[in-house]
Every structure is written in structure tokens, then in C-alpha cells.
Design a protein. Sequence first.
Length: 656
Amino acid sequence: MATAPEGPRPSPLENLTTEERVFPPSPEFASSANLHEDAYAEAERDPLAFWAKQAERLTWSKKWETVLDWSNPPFAKWFVGGRLNVAYNCLDRHLEAGLGERVAFYFEGEPGDSRTITYAELTEAVCQAANTLAGLGVRAGDRVAIYMPMIPETVVAMLACARLGAPHTVVFGGFSSEALQARILDCDAHVVITADGGYRRGNATALKPAVDEALVDCPDVHSVLVVRRTGQDVGWTEGRDHWWHETVEQADIHHDPEAFDAEHPLYVMYTSGTTGKPKGILHTSGGYLVGCSYTHWGVFDLKADTDVFWTAADIGWVTGHSYIVYGPLSNAATSVLYEGTPDAPHRGRWWEIIDKYKVSILYCAPTAIRTFMKWGEDIPGRFDLGSLRVLGTVGEPINPEAYVWYRENIGHSRVPVVDTWWQTETGMQMISPLPGVTPAKPGAAMRALPGVFADVVDDEGRPVPKGSGGYLVLTEPWPAMLRTIWGDDKRYVETYWSRFPGLYFAGDGAKRDEDGDIWLLGRVDDVMNVSGHRLSTTEIESALVAHPKVAEAAVVGASDEVGGQGIVAFVILRADAGDGGPDVVQELREHVEHEIGKIARPRQIMIVPELPKTRSGKIMRRLLRDVAEQRPIGDVTTLADTTVMETIKANLAAGA
Ligand code: WTA
């Protein structure tokens, strides 16, 4: 067992569970891969020339003069002087290349309705929406808020905004009216696009009432476009509200796209901040699209004419923006768009969809994988998953056990799995194996992509030696980087560029292993200090999930008068573990001690039926900390299911 070193500053995350499995790419995969080992060296020799080459993937109406203007850091300008239209790059140019009949989306609604949408059809719909928005007075630079379920019209709405140069701000359909209102006001949107509702877990859930409620205090919103999805009754404000089918679907199908400056704002995406007001992350046009297009092609090894790609995430999350909308469409890919949850109407829904559309690339979050583990491998085992050839994960560190389960049960031990690290702020994937190049280690994001420069540093900003942990930083600007926080340059500089001068501070803990490969260890705010030792919540969660009775675990550091922080674990047992028996808590405590060391032994383990998660699948540890510290539960409005905390509390009370 490793222990924290002596001395005043023990290196973080010293007690890593040892994980030594390595899966190298197969020679067949490697021989036809889009990117090869030499891409790393090429990018290192001349990063800007490398990015200029990637920018050739797009069609520019005026070529840039300078690749990067970094004269006023940290405010970057990429492809200076270049002009392009983002929607044209995602649509019209594919029609010009004769790809109009290619499928852009196989849409699968939760109740079982489905639609196949070609590039030609998508282009027409986007032109109609652009004409309608223009008719409502939307001009380049105006912000438009989008509050929608996972339906094709959401993509149409985003691209129509992009076509007009009107930055969109997509707000999760799962967010409350307060959250929606705060975002509308912060970016001063005057138009909202929404739907009557959407389907979730077999029910029609309403969206329009939340818009109506939000707009009570948004006097500047003059128009609301409403898609009819569920057919439920909606309140109506005459003059302000317009049905999509009575406007957009009747509009002219022609619309000339105007070229905008490469640095023209494309969208604002609010991150579910832990405290304080949400941060509006600003992405601009040229560099962002270059980054999405390049990574979507390289990291997933996309063969656009044969692959069927599926990002099983919500469009209202940055993963949906970059890898449902902008990356795949700029690459003329064929994607699946699925409206609902993995267990509606049955727990094999994802695998049924993969089987039905012959999905070849699947991208999802570790939290989903752990849920599938909990449900058991016989469920995916009933479907033909033979079309899959690349698997990806994103959103949080993946426990080695979940990684291996995914590889074996979904990838049948032949499909490479890429663990991709990135953030709303980075806009594009940053650290990930390349499926044809990089040997993959379960739980490791491995290596910065060609053109991306990352490091792990200590408290003073010095690179740590191999085998040590520290903070993840990015050492060079990249094209899809956020440009600022909307309306708050100061907060942008303070949040990301002040912790270590000259370096982008990601807020994540990381470790370099003996080979120099990078392992992400969770947010640094999730790093606990237990009796002077720094421990990662992720490390302990991984140890718990490695136990055969455990499906999912979340660990928090709860204040402890003696040890600084005490480790409290919330555990969901696997279905076949029953209630785990009377001694399960003791057994799990000992297991963690055995896996990591006495120092990591949880002070308390609570067996719970569910964990509180945001719509993007992140566990809200803040709420668990409230339970652990026996405080009133804080704000739950950003939870995917706001009743979870009540269930957990009731469950604990019954068990006490
Ligand atoms: C975490 C999601 C470990 C990380 C695209 C980051 C990850 C935050 C990974 C950003 C990964 C994302 N391994 N951690 N592969 N991917 N994260 O903005 O803490 O919703 O800072 O963007 O998710 O979350 P965001």
C-alpha cells in the first residue's frame, strides 16, 4: 500500500488503486486509422501550422490572415481575418458536394416514433427557421434562448441561429424556470424557442409552463416559438407566442447564408456552477468549428460515408453541442438522435437502437455505463452490437471496472474505448487516446491530442515528475477555447488564468503515471484532506465499484473535527446483491481499506437507492455533503430528478 510522503505538502492522490491493464490498438484498426503517431510530432514542431491544416477541413468564404493572435492573453483570436458561416459548413456545402440524400439524423423518439432526416431536408428546415427568426427581428449578434426536448427541431433551431449569426443559448429542458430566467436575463435574449413538452420515462413532461413562468420577469422577450411535440395543452400569450408549424414550416426554404468573422460569437453555454451565478461560457465560430470537426474525425476515427455515430447525451450539454450538432454535421456524418431515457420502455433501449441503426460509434457518460452494469450484462447480451467499432466516454473519470465492463460487454473485447477529457470551456476534446495509436489503460485519458498541450503541475505551477499527482493545466491556447465568460472578462481571467500565471487552470486533479500518461482524478474541489493526507473521491469510488456487490458509489469529504474531513460514501448495491446483508457496510469498509489503505476507510457508508445527478450525469456531491453533515439540503433545481434527495433522506431515515 502506498502512503502519502512525509513533509509539509503531501502530493495529492497518492493512494491510487493500482491499475495495470493495457489494451493496445489492433493492427487492423491502426492500419486504416485517420490519425497516426506522426500527428503528435507534426503538431509539436509547429502547432499553428498544424491547426491551419485542420482549418482546411472547413469552407471559408475568406481565408484567415493569421492563425492565432495571442498578443493580449488570455484573450485569444483564432483564424484572424477569416470569414465563414457555421451553418453553411454543416449543411449547404454537403449538398454542393452531392451528399444531400445522406442521412444527417436517425431520430428516435421515446414513445417509439422515428424520423429519418437527410442533409437536404435538414438544410431546408434550417433555412425556414432562419427566415422565420429573421421575420421576428433576429439580427446578427442578437441572442436567442432555446429550451427544448431532444428532438430534431432543437438542432434546426441552433443551426438557424448560427446561420443568422445570432448566438444561441441552449438551456437544459430539465432546468427549472428560475434557471431559465437567470440565463435569459444574463445574456439578454429577446426570443425564446421551446416546445409544448417532451417525453421522459414514458410521460409527456411539460416545458412551456416553465417558459411562461420565466418570462413573467423577462420584459424584453418579445417572441416565443413553440414546437408541438406532445400535443398537451399550453398557455398562450397572443402576439408573443407562435407555433413552429404555423410559421417555420410555412416559411421559404431558401436562405442565403452570410459569412461572419471567425471570432463572431456562436453560442453561450452556462455551466452548472457549484456556487454563485452560472458562468456563460462564450464560444466563437471559426476556431470552435475547427476544433469540433478535427476531434470528431480524429478521436472517433470517423469514416463519414459508412459510420453511424451516436452521442447519447443531451443537446443542452456541451457534449451535445460539439458532438451531436457541430462536429458530426461539419463532417457530414450520419448520427442517431434519441429523445429519451435508457430504461424507457425497457432497459435494453440503447442496445435496441444500436442494433436497429447499426450504430458504429457510441459516445456516452460513465454514469450511464455504471447504470448498465447494475442492470446486468444479459440485457445488452440480447442484442446484436456487432456494428460497433469505437466506444467513447466523457464527463467524469471512469472507474477502471466500468471501463472494462464497457469494453467487454458492449465492445466484446475487440472495440477500442476512448476516455475523452474536456470541458464546456475547452469546447472540444483535449486529452484522449487515439483509437488507432494509443494503447488504452482503463481509467486513463492518456495523452493530450495532437495540437493540444497539457501538463500536470504542483502548487507552484511546476511540472510534476512521472508517478506524481497535481493539477491539470493547459499550456498553450487551442482553437475551440472559450473566449471569455459572457459579460465578465474579469471572472474569466480570475477563474482560469490566475491560479498559475500563463497556464489555463482546468480545476481538475490529475496524475502522470510512470509512462507519463495522464489520469484524471476529479475536480480538485473533490479532493479530500483526511488527517493531512490528500485523497481523491474518485479513487475511493473506484475501489467501491470494484466490489462485486456495488453498482455505483459517490464519496464526499464531510467535515470532521478530528481528521479535517471524514470520508462518507453513498453506495447503490447491484440488483443481484439484494439488500447486501447485515454486514455489507462493514464488508465494504474493509474492502476499501484493503484496496487503498486504512486512511481511505470510509467513516460512514450509506446504502441508497439512487444518487443525485445533474442532467449531464454529474453527481452533485454538494447535496450529499449536506446529508453527510446533517445540514438542510441546498438548492436542488439543477438535478435531473429533483425528488432524489427526498428519496435518499427517507431511505436513510427508515434504515436508521
Ligand atoms: C470532468 C463535459 C475525467 C472534469 C465535456 C471536467 C472528466 C468536467 C472527463 C467538465 C474525463 C470530463 N475524465 N473527468 N474523461 N471528461 N470530465 O463542462 O472534471 O460538463 O473539468 O464538460 O467534467 O464538465 P463539463
